[in-house]
Design a protein. Structure first.
Length: 426
């Protein structure tokens, strides 16, 4: 029954991906990417599958057969790696579990997972597999406990596997870029588990696995008691291309590596080509990164976080330059000092409330000393696509880079329309 259900589900998901490829889809203002695999559905219980087909549950396991003809690798991401055996995959992750919404202290969590092909024997959990979490694949359902994987779900065509998330995160502005996920959320098929986890609701969804990056031992312990495998993963501490490899990461659980490669490869090619265009620019504008809080303190990003790395890749220099891969707080005095001569201010606000430079200064006159407010160099992180910045933006990084290059080096991309950023008039 499992394999038949899976074949039907994946046939529908892959049909959408193949249709997009057949119509000549490519990255544009929408940031939508081509996918594509073979148009044949896998037969239920098929022992092996041609390259490009998802593999369902096995009825007749055969030792020595490579059940994963299509493979992915983490070429840019540093937070995960995978090794393929004939009938299982060994996935390792390293995540800095920031307190985030759960209010826990930062700590590094190293995890090992055995992604076991359904119908195949479980390997002995010894040696480097000792203590590993076993997740049967192909998975049929999962909960996105950090609400960061919507774009990968959309692009892989597996919206109907999403049964829970921390928050909906998709409104009318974002829906056109994530139509299948948006429709599923709006239909009520995705339970809102919350960041402070609703354990009863999580248990009702009964997912094959649960992803998250933030929380404390008590929270994770409760989920573990429910018998739900916890997969630790967070793309925003990666390089931009490493973040985009989330589509590869998620594909591991659904045997959709062929589709993931077809999605990621053109993104990578466009990104690298654009990065090379600005690699040797004569000047590197300075970009002030941070959001001024109501209390006066400023929340910024350490230099291995997504935004500072994007700025460097776009031919700029982020300020302040703080070591690490997390979120940091600096005083307003330091921020004003750093920003007096900055060329650009990237305001990291989640919900922009100031439309012009005058609005900023009216709210806090001390900000009048920030150079980017007077020279027209201020930008909101949340632009025309709203909170899709945090979703598609972490996959369509070629378009994200194009936005930043057009801000820092407009002569390189004349006439580029911002997708993820919004300009604040001086």
């Amino acid at each position: 029954m499992r394999s038949t259900t899976w074949a039907l589900r994946m046939g529908a998901g892959l049909a959408a991906v193949v249709l997009a490829a057949a119509c000549g889809s490519s990255s544009d203002a929408d940031g939508q990417q081509p996918g594509g695999t073979s148009d044949a559905e896998p037969a239920a219980g098929e022992a092996t599958a041609p390259s490009g087909n998802p593999i369902g549950c096995l009825d007749d396991y055969q030792e020595g057969v490579d059940y994963f003809p299509d493979k992915v690798s983490a070429e840019h991401a540093g937070g995960w790696d995978v090794r393929y055996e004939d009938h299982y995959k060994v996935l390792t992750t390293t995540v800095t579990a920031a307190g985030g919404h759960a209010g826990a202290s930062d700590r590094v969590i190293d995890s090992t997972y055995v992604l076991l092909q359904c119908g195949a024997p479980e390997p002995e959990l010894t040696g480097d597999l000792a203590g590993a979490t076993v997740v049967e694949i192909p998975s049929e359902t999962f909960v996105d406990g950090g609400s960061v994987l919507y774009a990968s779900v959309e692009k892989l065509g597996i919206a109907d596997t999403l049964v829970g998330s921390a928050e909906p995160f998709i409104g009318d502005v974002e829906a056109p870029y994530l139509p299948e996920v948006a429709q599923r959320i709006q239909s009520g098929a995705v339970a809102e588990i919350g960041y402070e986890v609703n354990y009863e609701l999580l248990a009702e969804t009964d997912p094959d696995f649960y992803t998250n990056y933030a929380g404390d031992d008590a929270m994770f312990g409760q989920i573990d008691q429910l018998g739900i495998p916890i997969v630790f993963y967070f793309p925003y501490t990666e390089t931009p291309l490493g973040a985009a490899e989330q589509v590869k990461f998620l594909s591991l659980f659904f045997n959709l590596e062929a589709a993931a490669n077809e999605i990621f490869d053109p993104i990578e090619q466009r990104y690298v080509e654009l990065r090379e265009q600005v690699a040797d620019v004569a000047s590197r504008p300075s970009v002030l990164i941070g959001v001024v809080g109501d209390g006066g303190d400023v929340t910024t990003r350490e230099n291995q976080r997504f935004e500072p790395q994007l700025v460097r890749e776009a031919g700029g220099e982020p300020v302040p330059d703080l070591d690490g891969g997390g979120i940091a707080t600096v005083s307003l005095e330091q921020f004003l000092d750093d920003g007096a001569d900055a060329d650009v201010w990237l305001d990291l606000t989640f919900f922009p409330s100031h439309e012009t430079a005058a609005d900023y200064v009216a709210a806090d006159p001390r900000l009048a000393t920030l150079g980017p407010l007077s020279n027209g160099g201020t930008y909101h992180r949340v632009g025309p696509r709203g909170s899709d910045y945090f979703l598609s933006g972490a996959v369509d990084v070629d378009l994200m880079l194009a936005d930043m290059v057009s801000v820092l080096h407009p002569d390189v991309l004349p006439g580029h329309d911002l997708a993820f950023l919004a300009h604040v008039p001086s």
